[in-house]
Each structure stands twice: as C-alpha cells, then as structure tokens.
Design a protein around this ligand. Structure first.
Ligand code: FER
Length: 317
C-alpha cells in the first residue's frame, strides 16, 4: 500500500512538474510553451563558440539565372546524418546574407546557434537563408502575386529545396515530391516582415513540404497588403481555403507567430492571430501559437532573438 501511494505521488508530481513547464505535445509531436518570456540572446552566446558550425554558400539555378542561399551547417556536420532543416526569409529591402551572415562569416546570431548546439540546448540543425529578391524576374513570372514574394514559393519548391536537400543531410530520403512530402515534419519555414508575407504564401502553396510555419512580424497579404489589419476575416478565410484546397487540416501543421509589442507590424498581425487561435474551422485553432515580446521592435536583431527562443521549442534534444 505504502509503495502504491509513493508511486502514485511520484506520478502526480511528475505530471504536475512537466505540465507546469511544458505543454502537452501537439499533433506534430512538439511541446511548445508560449507562456515563457522571450529572453535576449545571452552576451556569452554572442561570442565565438569553441565548437563552430559554418555559413556556406549554396548556388542554384532559377530560370536562366543564378542565385545563392546562405546555409548554416552545425559543428561536426556530416552529410550522412539526418538534420532538421529551417528556412528563414529576410525582410523587404534586405539581402540574402542579412539573417545568418555572409558565407564564411560568424555574426553574433551564428555564434548563438553554435552555443545552443554545443550546450545541448537544441539539436544540431541546418538553417537556410534564401532570398526572394529577383524571384519573379528570373522565373519569368509577370503577374505573380506581389512580385517576388509571390513567385518565391514555386522557386522554393522547384528550384531550391530539391537541389539543396539532395546535397545536404536532411530527412528527405529522396528530393522528389514523395521524399520531400514524407519529410515535412522535419522542415520549417519562417520569415521576417516581407519574409513573413512570404511565409504565409508558402503555407498557401507548399504545405505538402512543411509542417511548421513561423511568420515573424508580418501579416498575410492573400486579400491585400496589410489585409491582416484591414480585411482580417477575409484574410483568415483565404488562408483556411488555401489550406483546405491543399488537402490539409489543423492536425497537419503548426503556425508559430512572433512579434513585439513595439513592432510596427503588430497592428497587422495581431488581429489575424486573435481570430486564428480561437478558430474552430478545422484548419486553425490549437495548432496556432502566438508570442509577443515586450519591448520588441521591427528589426533583424529582434528576428534573431525570436529565432533563438523559438528554436528551443522546435529543436529540443
Ligand atoms: C507587415 C507586413 C510586411 C508590415 C510590413 C511589411 C509594418 C513589409 C514592409 C516592407 O518591407 O516594405 O505587416 O507591417
């Protein structure tokens, strides 16, 4: 009897402790706790780590042109290992090397990734920073939705992912339609500002390849620019339609949106998120996470800080 009581107590305690710190796993097997404060990248993490990954350049063809993406490969990278992969898109007016830094460089955020991995806070991952710049022109898209950010989801699916994931060790056993589909739980897409607009576009077109979407400080423009604020219900309805058309529902993906309460995009993103989180349409609801950083502005360092925090949810060892 005594033993039984002790056992029960242990089980109850363990449940309480885990429940208090980490939410139950969601449909995609991730435990995400958005009630935690978004913390700054520690100063120690901004300095070079002992075990360093590297930023390499990945060249690929788009139409008749050439483009490249910056790729973070973790320390000890080995192409026969399967790594989770996270694609991150920069904002309007920025370039391919803005988020991770240029090939061969070690900016503070890249150092922070090294530390997160070296300290076992996250699993070793691959991060890819592509650019939407020039996508419409190189692909010969005349009337693509919003030009480059409208053309990019096809560039991603047709030109970039199949080539890049054939070269690097990801969960895609093959990089044809089937192989990329089968590995969607191990692939995420996020972006900042116009990169968030791109992220919503990727959700609307490439859901078969991604199970995690992280729009950061930017709304969805499916109805019109700033439609998250000016046409909130129609915008969410357009997203719901696009997800259903692709044959998916709310247990098939998560949306993990982040912004700051001083961010100029908050008024655009916030109304969408409020509706999506409470939605009972079978597409959005408890698969939608939303975090707002106190004092967060519309900047690349803020994006990097949000990634530093979110990666700890997505890539816990
Ligand atoms: C937003 C979505 C995109 C936003 C700004 C942008 C301020 C991008 C602007 C630009 O790069 O010109 O919600 O809010």
């Amino acid at each position: 009897m005594r033993k039984f009581l002790l056992l029960s107590l242990t089980v109850v305690l363990a449940t309480l402790v885990s429940g208090a710190s980490v939410n139950a796993q969601n449909a995609r097997g991730k435990s995400i706790d958005v009630s935690r404060e978004i913390l700054p990248i520690p100063e120690e993490y901004k300095k070079p780590a002992k075990e360093q990954g590297e930023i390499v350049r990945f060249d690929y063809k788009v139409g008749n042109g050439e483009k490249y993406a910056c790729v973070y490969l973790p320390y000890g990278y080995d192409e026969t290992t399967r790594y989770e992969i996270y694609y991150v898109m920069h904002g309007g007016g920025d370039k391919v090397d803005k988020v991770l830094g240029a090939p061969g460089s070690s900016i503070e955020f890249k150092n922070a990734l090294d530390h997160l991995i070296a300290n076992g806070v996250i699993k070793p991952i691959i991060v890819v920073a592509p650019t939407f710049n020039d996508s419409a022109r190189l692909r010969g898209v005349q009337n693509g939705m919003f030009g480059d950010v409208g053309a990019f989801p096809q560039e991603l699916a047709q030109d970039l992912m199949p080539k890049l994931e054939a070269k690097y060790g990801t969960f895609a056993e093959t990089t044809d339609e089937e192989g990329l589909k089968n590995s969607r739980d191990h692939r995420a897409f996020g972006g900042f500002s116009m990169g968030a607009v791109t992220t919503w576009n990727v959700l609307c077109e490439d859901l078969r390849y991604f199970a995690t979407f992280m729009p950061i400080s930017g709304d969805a423009w499916q109805v019109k620019p700033m439609g998250g604020k000016d046409a909130t219900n129609e915008t969410v309805a357009a997203l719901v339609d696009a997800v259903k058309k692709q044959g998916y529902g709310k247990d098939d993906f998560i949306v993990y949106a982040i912004t700051g309460d001083r961010d100029i995009a908050l008024p655009n993103l916030d109304p969408m998120m409020q509706i999506m989180q409470k939605s009972e349409d079978g597409v959005f609801g408890d698969n939608v996470y939303y975090r707002v950083k106190k004092g967060g502005f519309h900047t690349i360092p803020a994006l990097q800080e949000y990634l530093y925090n979110a990666f700890q949810d997505l890539y816990r060892p």
